[in-house]
Design a protein around this ligand. Structure first.
Ligand code: GAP
Length: 507
């Protein structure tokens, strides 16, 4: 992860937010390359799930919504994390995350006593870390968890987030869970409180509490609230879906791991409305479609992706059934990249009851009225950005044996598609002509400084799939250029007149 963060910062993918003032914790700016990469991911997602499907439309709802929306959706009452303070240091933590850390420690200790440890250790070397070794041996893991956690503490599962505050505090006290930043001293923990993750702000000039509004914690509610308008105006019949891309905000207690978990992030969400009783069938279809998008369109390797079904106690308040697509993030391990939830009719029903508006759907063919069920494929755009960078990151040895980075992004995903490189500065006039031709069609950068080898390396590092070289023999004499391919390093001579068509085959 450190290599990814360094590359992102040094090459203009992601900068720390307001850095000249010392930064603001956990805020990130997407730089010249990062903003292009993010835009490409977003546009590919819209192309795949809106443009190419007759059963999908797009929406762009407001970030600020009537606060009643969040009462109905359950976010005012239930969108919270268990918060605990260490009175010694006045630091604040998520209790469930501290417990998860302790459980990993307990399992590690227990594993060392297990006779199969030798075998596990072998796998640990292969897999690189303990987490992976555990994932390879779920039976041993489950046995240890049952003995050392579930039976010992009378808790229903291994997901501390779903335990009661009393169960969480009891575990922390009995296991002497320490403050990770002050592990040598016994922590002086407070009680556990529920901390609502929604950011509050005030709308208008008055300072009274009735002006309180929230920054949306998910984009989904805009879709639910606008459902009747969409049905009326777009003449879509259920089953159909609505897609939306936009910012969401959560006052996460423990953000971190670079842009993996941030307080301000972007989501790409789909609410797919279907007839009650058909939700399982649609859920399966969306699982396939989402994985296909990640692999075939974004280019993420299948071996780094897996599905994980949520356990009953882990489900969000609106869901009867959820699958995550997890990505094997470096330093983090397999973690949620995308959720695909069966959201039932919870939201439309809740808004119908709160707003007293009719949110049901009338099927003109069957002459029936019902509240649709919803399948929700929801992915973090900024989290997908991180997965894409991690997955494309590769290193090779140059002729001198030094290691250098090659970002193997798919051409459609790459921020800069083509680099135009005059072999020497003297060729700049012709090179600028080629640049104008290409940049009218594709995101193209121009670079005339440094040796040609250094320039190739610079563009490999930011994932540019092609470099177009302008030279004396081919270009000035024959009106042709050399195209150098990033992944194979092969070179091809192509007529300038054919260049745009050449690249259009790929983009
Ligand atoms: N509407 C459903 C919903 O919001 P979620 O699992 O809380 O579900 C969906 O979020 C996706 O949004 C996640 O799979 C993740 O990719 C992304 N996401 C959630 N919280 C995030 C955060 N704090 N930072 C970055 N991405 C986040």
């Amino acid at each position: 992860m450190k290599h990814i963060v360094d590359l992102a910062k040094n090459r203009g993918f992601v900068f720390q937010g307001s850095e000249i003032y010392g930064g603001l914790a956990n805020t990130w700016d997407y730089g010249p390359l990062g903003s292009l990469l993010k835009e490409n991911l977003k546009n590919l997602w819209i192309r795949e799930f809106v443009q190419r499907r007759p059963d999908m439309v797009l929406l762009d709802a407001a970030i600020l919504m009537n606060p009643q929306v969040w009462v109905a959706s359950g976010h005012v009452g239930g969108f919270s994390d268990p918060l605990i303070d260490d009175k010694n240091t006045k630091e604040r933590f998520r209790a469930d995350k501290l417990i998860e850390g302790k459980i990993t420690e307990i399992v590690t200790e227990a594993l060392k006593q297990n006779e199969e440890w030798v075998h596990l250790e072998k796998n640990m070397d292969e897999a690189g870390n303990l987490r992976k070794a555990l994932q390879l041996h779920p039976a041993i893991y489950n046995q240890i968890i049952t003995e050392k956690v579930l039976k010992k503490y009378w808790v229903p599962n291994q997901i501390p987030e779903s335990w009661t505050p009393e169960q969480q505090l009891n575990f922390m006290k009995c296991e002497d869970v320490r403050n990770p930043n002050n592990p040598d001293v016994k922590a002086d923990w407070t009680e556990i409180r529920k901390f609502n993750l929604m950011f509050e702000t005030k709308q208008g000039v008055t300072d009274d509490s009735t002006a309180k509004v929230y920054l949306r914690p998910e984009t989904a509610q805009g879709i639910f609230v606008d459902f009747p308008h969409i049905v009326r105006t777009c003449r879509r019949r259920v089953p159909f879906g609505v897609a939306q891309v936009g910012k969401a905000f959560r006052n996460e207690i423990t953000p971190g791991n670079f842009i993996f978990r941030t307080r301000e992030f972007e989501q790409m969400e789909i609410e797919f409305f279907c007839e009650p009783g058909t939700q399982k069938e649609w859920h399966e279809k969306w699982k396939v479609a989402c994985k296909k998008f990640l692999m075939e369109t974004v280019g993420i390797k299948e071996s780094n992706l897996r599905f994980r079904e949520h356990e009953k106690d882990e489900l969000s308040h609106y869901s009867d059934w959820t699958f995550d697509i997890e990505y094997d993030f470096p330093s983090i391990g397999f973690s949620e990249l995308q959720g695909i939830a069966s959201r039932t009719d919870f939201d439309l029903k809740a808004h119908m009851s709160e707003s007293k508006q009719d949110m049901s759907y009338f099927d003109p063919v069957k002459n029936t009225k019902f509240i649709p069920y919803v399948i929700e494929p929801s992915i973090g755009l900024t989290r997908l950005f991180l997965a894409t960078l991690c997955d494309a990151y590769d290193t090779i040895k140059d002729e001198e044996g030094a290691e250098r980075i090659v970002l193997r992004l798919k051409p459609e995903v790459a921020p800069v598609k083509i680099a135009v490189l005059p072999l020497v500065k003297k060729l700049n006039e012709k090179a600028e002509e080629v640049f104008t031709l290409l940049s009218n069609n594709f995101m193209t950068w121009y670079d005339e400084t440094g040796s040609i080898g250094k320039r190739y390396a610079r563009f490999d590092e930011i994932g540019t799939p092609w470099c177009v070289t302008i030279d004396f023999d081919n270009t000035m004499e024959k009106n042709m250029v050399t195209i150098r391919h990033r992944d194979t390093m092969e070179q091809e001579i192509v007529a300038i007149d054919d260049l745009v068509d050449y690249f259009k085959k790929y983009l």
